[in-house]
Write a protein that binds this ligand. Structure first.
Ligand SMILES: *[C@@H]1O[C@H](CO)[C@@H](O)[C@H](O)[C@H]1NC(C)=O
Ligand SMILES: *[C@@H]1O[C@H](CO)[C@@H](O)[C@H](O)[C@H]1NC(C)=O
Ligand SMILES: *[C@@H]1O[C@H](CO)[C@@H](O)[C@H](O)[C@H]1NC(C)=O
Ligand SMILES: *[C@@H]1O[C@H](CO)[C@@H](O)[C@H](O)[C@H]1NC(C)=O
Ligand SMILES: *[C@@H]1O[C@H](CO)[C@@H](O)[C@H](O)[C@H]1NC(C)=O
Ligand SMILES: *[C@@H]1O[C@H](CO)[C@@H](O)[C@H](O)[C@H]1NC(C)=O
Ligand SMILES: *[C@@H]1O[C@H](CO)[C@@H](O)[C@H](O)[C@H]1NC(C)=O
Ligand SMILES: *[C@@H]1O[C@H](CO)[C@@H](O)[C@H](O)[C@H]1NC(C)=O
Ligand SMILES: *[C@@H]1O[C@H](CO)[C@@H](O)[C@H](O)[C@H]1NC(C)=O
Ligand SMILES: *[C@@H]1O[C@H](CO)[C@@H](O)[C@H](O)[C@H]1NC(C)=O
Ligand SMILES: *[C@@H]1O[C@H](CO)[C@@H](O)[C@H](O)[C@H]1NC(C)=O
Ligand SMILES: *[C@@H]1O[C@H](CO)[C@@H](O)[C@H](O)[C@H]1NC(C)=O
Length: 511
């Protein structure tokens, strides 16, 4: 009796243990679903007791458990144990995946590598993945990743490299990795991802990410990651092989350029330099406009936008390689800085519309005048155009000047100098017809000489009177001399005033 009773209790106890063991995962899940932190040490206690050194070593090296194809199990589409905690599978397809995994993965399994899984859908919430510390599904083809890891999943290394994954095939870039609090390595290289898993870098933990060989990840996302809070939190594995897609805004079309993420460091530098533009509160914005090969070095040319910043003078201390500056809609009166500030030396496009500039004399002999391609100074307070400042650059196609909206003082000088200059250089001054005169006198090119050049006309008229007068005086003089001669010949004396004249040496000669 006693023995049967005891054995009954024993078997009941064993049954309970087996039941608990089998249902532990689901119980935990339910606890997780209630948003209560699961007791972390509990489930992996048995497995993390003595993990074999060779595999733990992987994680310390920032590598997931990974086996070469030569180590594949002999039977195609199957798994094999590699030591007590690791499982390696090859060439699984959708049909084989679930069975093969549940056959070989035990409570103790913490390392998994599946090489070449050709599956339609990978459901991350499967219980088999729960205890894994390293999970790698590489070099296969995964149609879609769904579900999400259970909360407090112990995964430290996740490798989904080379699976032809696109961002669209992930449920949403934040969710699949949301609960991977212990994740330190994520390898999503060689896929076709178009979004950066930003949630990973927001968790304020150190993490290594390999996103190399994804061609169209936007640089903007990398930049956020690099600038987010603490850039030292994210380490890019295969840094040199990681590229991003840079949106470039050209004059009228958008282009995508693939650049090494190392370039983004320069972007950071640019932002720092942009904040140094004086006046310091100008809050200008700076962007890389395009790449140019200067010598054998790729230089990124910079465009600076200081428009509508209430500036009273030209900004100075521009970032290096600034080729384009927009300072329109300010209250700038002087262009002195263009010649004086050496950071203007590469400037080729200057947009200065809607300011209070009265003349362009300060630009004479500047590098800007030698180099400019666009100079837009419309709607300023130019009263005249000092054409000699610009003339050297015109005649060649290329440089464009925009001056509409200024009110020129339309005197005869304007008619004689500016009008012909506009007509001569119409190719370089597309809006030449819109340069207007003060006082609503109409466009400068329509000036009529007889209307604006009055004063010089009067003066030339006057000269004829003077000439007439001079001729009259001459005629009088000649008649007086003739009369004197006639009197001298007939009466023998010289009339006044000739008789009062002192004698000269030639007079004796005459006598
Ligand atoms: C992930 O898998 C790829 C492809 O097999 C491999 O080259 C890479 O080293 C692995 N990454 C990590 C972090 O283990
Ligand atoms: C990958 O697995 C599929 C079947 O699952 C197989 O047809 C294919 O040949 C495998 N690829 C390689 C490179 O072995
Ligand atoms: C798990 O590991 C423990 C000790 O390392 C061992 O006693 C147990 O048999 C293992 N369980 C399985 C299912 O391999
Ligand atoms: C996460 O890592 C810490 C230490 O690195 C460990 O104590 C904890 O058990 C891990 N959590 C899980 C769920 O594995
Ligand atoms: C990669 O995925 C695209 C669709 O996302 C599919 O058309 C293509 O066949 C896949 N390539 C491979 C090698 O599986
Ligand atoms: C994914 O990338 C591979 C090569 O990296 C390319 O052949 C394939 O067309 C891409 N698929 C999609 C859907 O972009
Ligand atoms: C930095 O991280 C902390 C904590 O994660 C967050 O509260 C703070 O807003 C972050 N700051 C910035 C500038 O992102
Ligand atoms: C960033 O993190 C490092 C250590 O991870 C720390 O020393 C540094 O102070 C942090 N910087 C900021 C700005 O939080
Ligand atoms: C890779 O990057 C390192 C710096 O992180 C640099 O020193 C090295 O020259 C680069 N290698 C190549 C081939 O660009
Ligand atoms: C600087 O400019 C940005 C937009 O260009 C604006 O959001 C920000 O408020 C400005 N900061 C100051 C201090 O004016
Ligand atoms: C310069 O800035 C003004 C005002 O922000 C804008 O309307 C104009 O399009 C800009 N010009 C160029 C060439 O970017
Ligand atoms: C700046 O210019 C605007 C028009 O562009 C004008 O309304 C404003 O009064 C000017 N401010 C100063 C301080 O001159």
């Amino acid at each position: 009796m006693k023995t049967t009773c005891c054995s009954l209790i024993d078997s009941a106890l064993w049954g309970l243990v087996v039941y608990l063991l089998l249902h532990l995962p689901t119980i935990e899940m339910r606890v997780d679903d209630l948003e209560q932190p699961a007791p972390r040490e509990q489930p992996p206690a048995a497995s993390t007791q003595r993990p074999e050194p060779p595999h733990v070593q992987y994680l310390n090296l920032g590598k997931c458990f990974h086996m070469p194809r030569s180590e594949c199990p002999p039977e195609r589409g199957s798994c094999r144990k590699v030591g007590p905690v690791s499982v390696f599978c090859c060439d699984l397809d959708s049909a084989r995946l679930k069975d093969a995994l549940s056959d070989s993965i035990t409570q103790n399994t913490t390392f998994l590598h599946v090489l070449n899984a050709t599956i339609d859908e990978l459901d991350l919430s499967q219980a088999v993945f729960r205890r894994l510390a390293s999970m790698a599904l590489t070099d296969g083809s995964i149609g879609k990743i769904s579900g999400q890891f259970p909360k407090y999943s112990s995964i430290a290394c996740l490798n989904i490299s080379n699976n032809n994954l696109t961002t669209a095939n992930l449920p949403s870039m934040h969710r699949p990795f949301a609960y991977l609090y212990n994740l330190t390595v994520l390898d999503a290289s060689a896929n076709n991802l178009t979004e950066f898993p930003l949630s990973l870098v927001r968790s304020n933990k150190k993490i290594s990410v390999d996103l190399s060989r994804n061609k169209y990840l936007p640089c903007k996302h990398f930049q956020w990651a690099l600038e987010a809070n603490n850039s030292s939190l994210v380490t890019f594995l295969q840094y040199n092989q990681t590229f991003c897609a840079l949106d470039l805004q050209f004059n009228w079309f958008k282009d995508v350029q693939i650049v090494q993420i190392d370039h983004l460091k320069k972007e950071k530098e640019l932002n720092a330099n942009c904040r140094k533009i004086k006046p310091l509160d100008s809050n200008c914005s700076c962007v890389f406009e395009r790449l140019e090969l200067l010598g054998d070095e790729v230089t990124r040319l910079v465009a600076v936008d200081c428009s509508q910043r209430h500036l009273k003078e030209m900004p100075t201390d521009l970032p290096p390689n600034t080729v384009k500056l927009n300072v329109s809609y300010n209250n700038i009166t002087s262009l002195q800085a263009v010649g004086d500030d050496p950071t203007y030396e590469h400037l080729r496009q200057l947009f200065l519309d809607y300011n209070d500039v009265t003349n362009i004399i300060a630009l004479e002999g500047t590098k800007f005048i030698d180099n400019f391609m666009v100079f837009s100074i419309g709607h300023n307070k130019l009263k005249t155009i000092h054409t000699y400042v610009l003339s050297n650059r015109f005649g060649t196609t290329g440089p464009v000047l925009s001056i509409a909206g200024n009110r020129i003082v339309c005197d005869c000088n304007a008619e004689k100098m500016i009008k012909p200059w506009l007509q001569e250089n119409f190719k370089n001054i597309p809006d030449y017809k819109n340069l207007e005169c003060q006082d609503n006198l109409g466009p400068v090119v329509d000036l009529i000489e007889s209307k604006v050049c009055h004063t010089p006309r009067d003066w030339t008229d006057y000269i004829y009177y003077i000439i007439g007068l001079e001729v009259l005086v001459l005629v009088l003089l000649i008649s007086k001399v003739s009369y004197d001669y006639w009197v001298f010949k007939t009466a023998g004396y010289l009339p006044w005033p000739a008789n009062k004249m002192p004698r000269l040496p030639c007079d004796w000669l005459c006598e």
